[in-house]
Ligand binder design. Structure first.
Ligand SMILES: C[S@@+](CC[C@H](N)C(=O)[O-])C[C@H]1O[C@@H](n2cnc3c(N)ncnc32)[C@H](O)[C@@H]1O
Length: 273
């Protein structure tokens, strides 16, 4: 008799939970995470800074633009992390905001069901298939897609082969005035050998990681109005007052951008002859 095939790969969500000091990981996740930390000892500190960035930027966007709904896509496991989640940070500035989370890893969903980490719900959705999020059968009554939305993409686009397609898909589905909060691991400013080692450690994981240059990450905001430009996540602030030195062995950078009104079509007179 054959049973279900168990997926024994390290899971990116659980490796990240290990970096953050959570307790949800298994031996295989911890082993892969330790390999990453061996080549880049700053990873746990940068993971914590990334987690804080997501909450800081999402709550800023909600308060600044008076937006009432937030999608946290690639939420990961939050219930046992000793830091305030996006949901907590958003509710601190807007108690009635709808904060909905998505992740494509069924293990994340299992933890969310057991531990109820807050959020209006944690649903299964894959960012490479935006319809699985925007047309999720359980999201319909919660989301109003005719109103601006804050979309949080924290440390998730580096697990995607074509992040520009994700950003284009969001532009098609969101209304102007919506805000996207992005963070992404960058190869810029880190020794190539370390980047290669980290990439190698993630090769067998549930999603391989892709470090991109700062220029490639900034280009993801083409078609958006960048409100707060790309900086190391620990330095992201709305008043430019955070000035910490970049981490040497790994860098994650973040930015926030607003979807502008579509430019008016310009009538071009064709003069023939
Ligand atoms: C590094 S964790 C980031 C968690 C959280 N966003 C944060 O920054 O604190 C990446 C998360 O993205 C999820 N993920 C990876 N690929 C995804 C995809 N294609 N669609 C949705 N979630 C994805 C993983 O399962 C994991 O939970």
């Amino acid at each position: 008799m054959t049973g279900p095939v168990l997926d024994t790969r390290p899971r990116t969500a659980l490796m990240y939970n290990y970096y953050l000091g959570g307790k949800s990981w298994s031996g295989v996740d911890a082993q892969a995470a330790m390999e990453v930390v061996r080549s880049s000892p700053d990873v746990p500190a940068v993971a914590r800074e990334n987690f804080r960035f997501a909450g800081r930027a999402a709550s800023w966007a909600v308060a600044e633009f008076g937006i009432g709904q937030v999608l946290d896509i690639g939420v990961g496991i939050v219930h046992d992390v000793p830091l305030d989640s996006v949901e907590k940070c958003v509710r601190a500035v807007s108690p009635d905001a709808m904060v909905l989370a998505f992740d494509n890893d069924p293990v994340v969903l299992t933890h969310a069901r057991a531990w109820r980490p807050g959020y209006g719900g944690v649903l299964r959705g894959d960012i490479r298939d935006l319809d699985s999020i925007f047309h999720h059968p359980d999201a319909g009554d919660l989301l109003d897609l005719t109103a601006p939305t804050v979309v949080v993409l924290a440390a998730v686009l580096h697990f995607v082969a074509d992040p520009a397609a994700v950003m284009a898909g969001l532009r098609e589905r969101l209304v102007p005035g919506s805000v996207v909060v992005v963070s992404h691991a960058t190869s810029t400013g880190t020794e190539q050998g370390r980047v290669d080692d980290m990439t190698g450690a993630y090769e067998e994981a549930s999603s391989p990681i892709r470090f991109r240059t700062e220029a490639q990450i900034r280009a993801l905001a083409d078609g958006w109005r960048v409100e707060h430009d790309l900086v190391d996540v620990q330095n992201w602030s709305t008043d430019g007052t955070r000035r910490y030195a970049p981490y040497e062995t790994v860098r994650v950078v973040g930015m926030a951008a607003v979807l502008p009104e579509a430019p008016a079509t310009v009538e071009v007179a064709h003069v023939v002859g």
